[in-house]
Design a protein around this ligand. Structure first.
Ligand code: ZN
Length: 241
């Protein structure tokens, strides 16, 4: 019994961060390192066209532990889960050679139906195995209202379902839920100062097209896809504030 309690207490201060290598997930990782004693990361490879994002993860992890001394002792293992099936069943611009655009429903055609439900379920299964209680994701209603699986209600409902289905007390955290892109940059500055903003600008990747040729003030990207425009606009507003 005492052993169980000790395990529970250790697990209670541990977290798993959904870490794609983009601006949002890099900010979430810093947020988790600031709060939890032990933090592991998880990336999904599902054949996405902007797979270059995944390749940024090692540089971001290395940069983060070099930034704040306390974070170095907290950052644990990095995991990658391959989800080829998700790529196979999704008919979107991310996994096919199609132009980025918007469906008649108003959803961007980069939308992979239910993607975050799948991600969070796999994350919870891994967290179960690893004895981690907290699961952190960059879902956000503010900038991505077209994605119903990013909604706060969706995440809260899934937390209930996961806890029932796995007989655990997971807590799903979405620190960016009510922030816009400018506020996400501000959060990074609060957590790790200008050095963290610079690290995320330099090493994170957001561009849907996987472009890393041109360096803008806000980082690398094509500059014209919806993800680049959102990131550039947010950085401009953050910089002007
Ligand atoms: Zn782009």
């Amino acid at each position: 019994m005492a052993t169980d309690m000790a395990t529970d207490m250790a697990g209670d201060r541990s977290a798993l961060v959904l870490f794609s290598g983009g601006q949002d997930s890099a900010t979430c990782l810093a947020w988790a390192l600031d709060r939890f004693a032990h933090v592991e990361t998880l990336g999904f490879d599902y054949g996405q066209r902007h797979r270059v994002e995944l390749d940024r993860r090692a540089a971001l992890r290395a940069g983060l532990v070099g930034l704040v001394p306390a974070w170095a002792g907290r950052l644990g293992e990095d995991h990658t889960v391959t989800l080829d099936a998700l790529g196979e069943i999704s008919e979107t611009a991310l996994t096919r050679e199609a132009a980025i655009g918007y469906e008649e429903s108003g959803l961007p055609n980069t939308f992979v139906p239910g993607r975050n439900l799948v991600f969070l379920t796999f994350a919870a299964a891994l967290a179960y195995r690893r004895g981690l209680r907290h699961v952190v994701g960059g879902m956000c209603e503010t900038d991505y209202s077209g994605y119903p699986d990013c909604r706060d209600d969706t995440i809260k409902a899934l937390q209930v379902a996961l806890n029932l289905g796995m007989e655990r007390r997971f807590v799903l955290h979405t620190p960016l839920m009510w922030l816009d892109k400018a506020q996400t940059w501000s959060l990074a500055e609060t957590l790790g100062g200008r050095a963290l903003v610079d690290l995320i600008v330099e090493e994170s990747h957001t561009c849907y097209l996987g472009e890393r040729g041109q360096r803008h003030a806000w980082g690398y990207g094509c500059g014209t896809c919806p993800a680049c425009r959102l990131r550039a606009d947010g950085f401009a507003r953050f910089s002007a504030a």
